[in-house]
Ligand binder design. Structure first.
Ligand SMILES: Nc1ncnc2c1ncn2[C@@H]1O[C@H](COP(=O)(O)OP(=O)(O)OP(=O)(O)O)[C@@H](O)[C@H]1O
Ligand SMILES: Nc1ncnc2c1ncn2[C@@H]1O[C@H](COP(=O)(O)OP(=O)(O)OP(=O)(O)O)[C@@H](O)[C@H]1O
Ligand SMILES: [Mg+2]
Ligand SMILES: [Mg+2]
Lengths: 254, 254
């Protein structure tokens, strides 16, 4: 059983797209739970779940009002379970500011489900706030999507600093599993330069599978389907399929 | 004098790119101040300012430790002044949680500078947290960059809800000035559909200038130059130039 936190405070780099795409390919062979910890709830809606004001969400888990078992929804079509998010998650940081052990809420909440899944993927908001720290504390390993853009490089040192702090104070075995290069555009020098730069900054940690810019990936959420279902022969689907195989292979060695 | 907050909680939609590009074109005719309120400090670095641990930032303004005058830096090459950001801004929300009037900190801090500028542009983080609420409380009007992607549609109703709440409790004259459609790719149906959808959701509010996807825009920050300097004949530069003209023309009518 491995829990991955998909993290990057830079916005729009492909966190949600990676959680949905990778999660769905892993679910072809393994039992997968997706945890949506972003108040935008894009992973929840990108998998086709409508907004429901009365539904329990990860907000209720963090505030200890409900158990994960009660919050979990099984996907009607694909073999993926989801802990959905909702906008009220945005208030959790301030609501928990006085709570002792506030960083451990998600970790404790997921304990009851650990035995049931081979993979748990946590989608994070574009921030290094308490929600992301909860994900890093609950996770075994971190996966960092990095857009092949200059501005995406800026935040990487701060992100690895945050991972170090969480490892020291909250989760001693937390490791960076790897970085996924996303929205790669082979026609521009910029993409190549960014990949080189990230490889030199994180030697041996950049996944071989590089995700190309592919419009099918941005269409898929409007159909509520992962890319492997929506456009299985697209370049985006193939890249995430390779990534899933790379992760599975690497996990065997662990 | 108009203060604009450039806001969208969805990540990576072109907030920073719009602040820098638009700000620089407005600065050709007017006195412009850019306020960076994002802990990622992308507007600060995208304009060529190096990270400086001892420099005063908008964090010091929010915590009332320094006056805007002391924080302000003049750009060495372009006629733009900047209130730079820094990563410690991320802590402001929790640090100000008990403070009465915490939403008015930026508004009060900028009062001393109002007379000096024709335009103040505030770059916001990808969130609807206290930093963004400070920007909305300090602003006269809101500009919303919207990426031509399906997931970018999801958060618009929540964003307009937040603007309504700020108008009711904190800033009674706040208005949505307009929405900028960004990263438009004419080859895909998706872009056209998203533009149509946003136009029907915000009738009369979508700027006529549409920003195309243009690699020059993503290269410019690595040179620390606005698009109008880095690649003045690019499609990205022309689009932002039209946008600046549209805003200036609209402001005359106000
Ligand atoms: N490889 C790709 N090619 C083309 N479009 C992509 C790709 N990956 C993601 N997208 C699109 O780019 C946008 C940003 O991706 P996504 O929402 O997954 O990023 P994110 O990091 O989760 O954003 P946020 O920071 O707001 O949570 C979305 O509209 C998505 O559909
Ligand atoms: N029209 C465009 N064409 C191509 N690339 C663009 C365009 N606008 C912005 N970009 C690039 O897309 C990425 C996201 O843009 P930007 O950082 O301005 O968005 P943002 O909304 O400020 O992100 P965040 O939510 O992280 O603050 C950046 O790498 C930027 O250089
Ligand atoms: Mg996301
Ligand atoms: Mg930005």
């Amino acid at each position: 059983m491995t829990t991955y936190a998909i993290v990057n405070q830079k916005g729009g780099v492909g966190k949600t797209t990676s959680v949905i795409s990778l999660g769905a390919f892993l679910a072809e062979k393994f039992r997968v739970l997706i945890v949506d910890l972003d108040p935008q709830a894009n992973a929840t809606s990108g998998l086709g779940f409508e907004r429901h004001p009365d539904r329990l969400t990860t907000y209720d888990l963090l505030l200890k009002e409900s158990a994960a078992e009660a919050i979990k929804v099984a996907h009607p079509h694909f073999r993926i379970d989801v802990l959905p998010a909702a906008p009220d998650l945005a208030g959790a940081e301030v609501e928990l500011v006085q709570a002792i052990g506030r960083e451990y809420r998600l970790r404790e909440g997921l304990e009851a489900l650990q035995e049931r899944y081979d993979y748990i993927l946590i989608d994070c908001p574009p921030s290094l706030n308490l929600l992301t720290v909860n994900a890093l504390t609950a996770a075994d390993q971190v996966i960092i999507p990095v857009q092949c853009e200059y501005l995406a490089l800026e935040g990487l040192s701060q992100l690895s600093e945050t991972v170090k702090m969480v490892r020291r104070y909250l989760n001693p075995t937390l490791e960076i599993r790897g970085l996924i290069m996303t929205m790669y555009d082979g026609r521009t020098n910029l993409s190549r330069q960014v990949v080189e730069e990230v490889r030199s900054y994180f030697p041996g940690k950049v996944f071989r599978a590089i995700i190309p810019r592919n419009v099918r990936l941005s269409e898929a959420p409007s159909h509520g389907e992962p890319i492997g279902i929506y456009a299985p022969d697209s370049s985006g689907a193939l890249a995430y399929k390779y990534l899933a195989a790379e992760i599975i292979k690497g996990d065997r060695k662990l």
